[in-house]
Ligand binder design. Structure first.
Ligand code: COS
Length: 384
């Protein structure tokens, strides 16, 4: 749903200019230094980029899902680290509170997510619990007005900069599955919470992940999201339904950027006495990529509109995430191929993007998990 087309156009054109003029020129530096310059973080705050999805009554822009997808497509046109920095505040780091938080929790945290004063993170994955999220072992034992948390969370995006951690932990050890899990909002600096060393990753340099360790970490019961035990897994799944749509839109933007770079290269690069873009085998790769990007764009926008209309989009979010991220991987591969040997050299952005986009098919649920979700929903409906 687009609320005000004129205002949205303004927002998109501001972000487009910011990406083109400020972020794209810094891509190489961010890759080399593995860090986003602080002045860019400040500019992002000034532009309101940390609060795009935070509801207006809590100081954000309250953009709809369809609007968020259009923004994600713009942000996809540069290095993944930039989006990753604002991604948790607009997505998995704040969504738990937005979707299921109490009014007090919303008032306490959302305005500060919106300004970027605090950075959120989402702690679901553990060393022994990845795709099988409901098997998580981090526990939270009630003791008076507090819960005592113990366990380790892994690969947590933005954890090294985070001020808050949305933590899924088992409050009922008797229940091994999903309904024994609750969600907490834990603040950085809480005694017993510590961070592991920053992970060395294949790509997405400038975006940080690390372990988050809870060792007898006492968390007040007011930090239980929604104030209700046993529904944390469902909160996490609802957060991921939305997050998966966002990643799908973002993959479309990234694929568009890679294809644009490859097209420019193909038009300029001469072999056998002419531009390689004239060769039909190159044209095949360009055309397949264009068509697949278009298909993914239509799919994710449709799913976003359904979510804005209040429909359950578990199936559509997984379809969009699976198709768009796999599409993005194929486009990255073709675009590198079009560059020939130059594509393997870090001077060209495709070498970096190729590594960056590999993560899309893994995080927020692997392609195989999306397949399971889609098929299960189909079977559920067929047998209802
Ligand atoms: N929205 C709301 N509720 C949901 C839901 C959704 N999208 N998906 C599942 N649930 C509910 C189910 O309805 C069920 O509730 P009931 O017990 O009341 O029926 C409960 O949650 C458990 O669901 P389910 O039985 O499907 O859980 P499973 O353990 O079988 O697995 C998958 C669910 C595989 C889908 C889940 O573990 C998953 O998404 N794994 C990937 C995790 C992931 O994406 N990690 C990335 C890290 S975050 S970057």
């Amino acid at each position: 749903m687009i609320r005000d087309p004129e205002m949205l156009d303004q927002l998109l054109s501001t972000i487009r200019d910011f990406v083109k003029n400020e972020l794209v020129p810094l891509e190489h530096e961010v890759e080399e230094n593995n860090a986003i310059p602080e002045h860019i973080v400040e500019q992002m705050k000034e532009l309101g980029l940390f609060g795009l999805t935070i509801p207006e009554e809590y100081g954000g822009l309250g953009i709809t899902m369809e609007e968020e997808i259009l923004v994600a497509m713009e942000l996809g046109r540069t290095s993944a680290a930039f989006r990753s920095l604002i991604g948790t505040n607009n997505g998995i780091g704040s969504s738990g509170i937005v979707i299921d938080g109490t009014e007090e929790q919303k008032q306490k945290y959302l305005p500060r997510y919106a300004t970027g004063e605090i950075i959120g993170s989402f702690c679901l994955t553990e060393p022994d619990s990845g795709s099988d999220a409901a098997s998580l072992k981090t526990n939270a034992v009630k003791d008076g007005d507090y819960y005592v948390l113990n366990g380790t969370k892994r690969f947590i995006t933005n954890a090294p900069r985070a001020t808050t951690f949305t933590v899924m932990a088992r409050t009922n050890p008797e229940i091994k599955g999903a309904s024994g899990i609750s969600a907490f909002l834990v603040e950085a600096g809480t005694p017993g919470l510590s961070l592991g060393k920053i992970d060395k990753k294949m790509g997405q340099h400038g975006s940080y992940t690390c372990d988050v360790i809870f060792d007898n970490c006492w968390v007040h019961k007011d930090q239980l999201i929604g104030g209700v035990e046993g529904v944390g897994f469902k909160t996490a799944m609802r957060v991921l339904d939305k997050g998966r749509l966002h990643i799908a839109g973002y993959s479309v933007g990234m694929a568009e950027r890679m294809l644009e770079d490859a097209l420019n290269y193909a038009v300029e690069r001469k072999q056998f006495g002419q531009a390689i873009a004239n060769f039909q085998l190159i044209q095949g790769m360009l055309a397949d990529s264009k068509a697949e990007i278009y298909a993914a764009k239509c799919m994710v926008l449709d799913a976003a509109r359904l979510r804005d209309a209040g429909q359950n989009v578990t199936t559509e979010a997984s379809c969009a995430k699976m198709f768009a991220t796999e599409m993005c991987g194929r486009v990255a591969d073709r675009c590198l191929q079009i560059h020939g040997g130059a594509g393997y050299i870090s001077e060209y952005s495709i070498e970096r993007f190729y590594r960056d986009v590999r993560l899309f098919r893994l995080y927020e649920g692997t392609t195989q998990i999306q397949q399971i979700i889609i098929a299960r929903e189909m079977i559920k409906q067929a047998t209802a």
